[in-house]
Design a protein around this ligand. Sequence first.
Ligand SMILES: [Fe+2]
Length: 302
Amino acid sequence: MADHQHLTRHSPSSGPGSPDVWGVYEADTGSVQYVAACPETKQAVVIDAVLNFDPAAARTSTESAEALLALAEREGLALARILDTHPHADHLMAAAWLKERTGLPCAIGEKVRDIAALWRGYYNEPDAFDVDARFDALLADGDTFEVGTLRVRVMLSPGHTLGSVTYVMGDAAFAHDTLMYPDMGSSRADFPGGSAADLWDSIQAILALPPRTRVFVGHDYGTKDRDAPMWEATVAEHLERNRHVRKGTDRAAFIATREERDATLGLPDRMLHALQVNLRGGALPEPEADGNRYLKIPADRF
Ligand SMILES: [Fe+2]
């Protein structure tokens, strides 16, 4: 997928109340970053922005987040908020960098508090991950807020993590790592705090949205049948042909298939780097006495 770095697609608004959406692909981690904008006021949010990371050198860079700022500029958008759907395990998030660069507030689901508690244990960092201080808002299930004339609704969608949220705005839903493109199905549910049963329930809530709802997913890695990454399909399309959850799928069968597949998957190569950064809102740990920042990796835990 390397050729597709920063491949950008526009999914146009269907009218007032429906956002203009741009997906910007990050090929190293197969992540999709989004900009969603009110078509009337041009107010916009960024969702799941990636901080680039080279695991071999433990070096960060910002070109993918810069691509989002360039897109906003090019399209004449006024960014209003930085949103994340969950603390990602496969990539570092760019919220802290974007916040420093733009002064905008950042937000994530409130159950990030529970995820932080879990990972304080894994990293033996009892005082780290003060998520209330790192994020400007911790959003609860059912919370709503405005972006221009768009109304955004927060839907708790646990399963992939225990605190993932879906952002629903008009005819668009940002469903992150619950669903994948229909030919891929769904995302794994075996990280600490994950649950295939919860994932099923969360997916059902998303698929209960109106059939024409555009569902935007968090990842795509391509398949042997298609070279280009894909990230948008409607609720109707998922119900018709999603390989894990199409209409008629049985809950128990889904859970069994999901758990069986998850048991074969290795950890994402950036997971242990990523969580300690993402639970700091995308900031690296504070510099030590020598002026350098260090990541901490638990050995023989996973
Ligand atoms: Fe994720």
